[in-house]
Design a protein around this ligand. Structure first.
Ligand code: ADP
Ligand code: MG
Length: 231
């Protein structure tokens, strides 16, 4: 079974004169444990691709199957608990970290576990273990404003992966970091995704960041222009 299966995914913003075809007829599959990068210039539809796959943005048409569940069939499948699917099966990482400012690093991760029913000591243990793997063992009690960009993004990775989602979607996760920090964060993200056997799709406009990915999709004007090539 694929972790992500997408067929004919299309997103049109606006109507008539203001219509923008942001994503046109995208089709792809990603297997569990596979690392896929999406590259393309600004405005090419990368974020739209990620948010329509990730149940944040309703597509105009197409099919999306996540971890065996048909979530989009023309539009969002009626009757599905989208929030729950997002919470349990998807991990999102954004450029801007999106940490909760009044919670410490470890609390930011614990919250994600709590939302999925993991509580108390067990939640704390899992959060600490994960943060340790991301070399944040000495930053557990720091608040987001006390962390460097690289550290904050590693906390965001811990939070996104805490519930071991089958699908991890990352939108320009290294864009706010310098090259060395960016590469470091990307390496850790890839390593953990493989360890968890999660499929990961990373959007970037920086082709230096796609080293070591299994496949690379190139997007232009809402279309996948390059078939994936094994690297
Ligand atoms: N909410 C929106 N409403 C109207 N147009 C949008 C919206 N979001 C994105 N677009 C347009 O869709 C196209 C693709 O945008 P986006 O997916 O953000 O590209 P990228 O992430 O590659 O920069 C762009 O032309 C953008 O202006
Ligand atoms: Mg974008």
């Amino acid at each position: 079974m694929h972790a992500i299966e997408v067929k004919g995914l299309t997103k049109i913003y606006g109507k008539g004169h203001t219509e923008v075809v942001a994503l046109a007829d995208a089709s792809l599959t990603v297997s569990p444990g596979e690392l896929v990068a999406v590259i393309g210039p600004s405005g090419s539809g990368k974020t739209t691709m990620l948010t329509t796959i990730g149940l944040i943005n309703e597509p105009t048409r197409g099919l999306v199957i996540l971890d065996g569940i048909t979530v989009v069939d023309g539009s969002w499948v009626p009757g599905l608990d989208l929030k729950r699917i997002r919470r349990e099966r998807l991990g999102f990482i954004f450029q801007s970290y999106n940490l909760i400012p009044f919670l410490t690093a470890v609390e930011n991760v614990i919250v994600a576990l709590n939302l999925n029913g993991v509580r108390g000591k067990e939640a704390r243990m899992r959060a600490v273990e994960l943060l340790d793997k991301l070399f944040l063992g000495s930053r557990l009690k720091n608040y987001p404003t006390e962390l460097s960009g690289g550290e904050a993004q590693r906390v965001a990775i811990a939070r996104a992966l805490a519930n071991r989602p089958k699908v991890i979607l990352a939108d320009e996760p290294t864009a706010a970091l310098d090259t060395d920090n960016g590469k470091n964060v990307m390496e850790l993200l890839k390593k953990l995704a493989v360890e968890h056997n999660s499929a990961i799709m990373v959007v970037t406009h920086d082709s230096r960041m796609v080293e070591g990915f299994d496949r690379i999709f190139e997007v232009h004007d809402g279309r996948i222009t390059h078939e994936p090539v094994r690297t």
